[in-house]
Design a protein around this ligand. Sequence first.
Ligand code: ZN
Length: 179
Amino acid sequence: MSTYKWVSIPAELAKNPRVTDCVRQEFLRRYPNWTGDRIPWSDRLCNVGINADGSLHNPNGYPEDVVRAAVLAADARSHERRSRAAKAAAKTRARRQEHKVYTVARRIVAGNGIGPRHRCFICGKHLEDPKSIARGIGSECWQGVLTQVSALRAAHPSASPTIPEIPAPAGRPAGVSGK
Ligand SMILES: [Zn+2]
């Protein structure tokens, strides 16, 4: 169930006199001393929602079709917002992991590892087997590290290469930055 303290009236209904009259009446019920010509927030419904059983939460008695349309539109907007935020978070997570893979590969090429660790340096997952603990990288992430190591070795063929550090992506700190 979703209930909104305020929800905007879908544009195609906002000019309908049936709707505007109802919004005006509800406003004047709440503010009986209002003398202005214009009703503030006339494009919004107050305290409406759709209950879990599909019935309306509509104590102000707005037209039911308008309440339903307004709540469904607001639900769709907030769903859209949430899914956009989730996508952005996933992208940030992926960029951070990529950066960690690079950081580890760089250390390995330079002759240093990142282990031993009890959590995977890349994904943070708890490590169980001795091999993973020793290298500080779980088996799921290890292939990606090896691929990056090969790429760095190919790009820097000298025996003691100087591989540039790259800055961590913006946002939350990327965790351990090396020792
Ligand atoms: Zn991992």
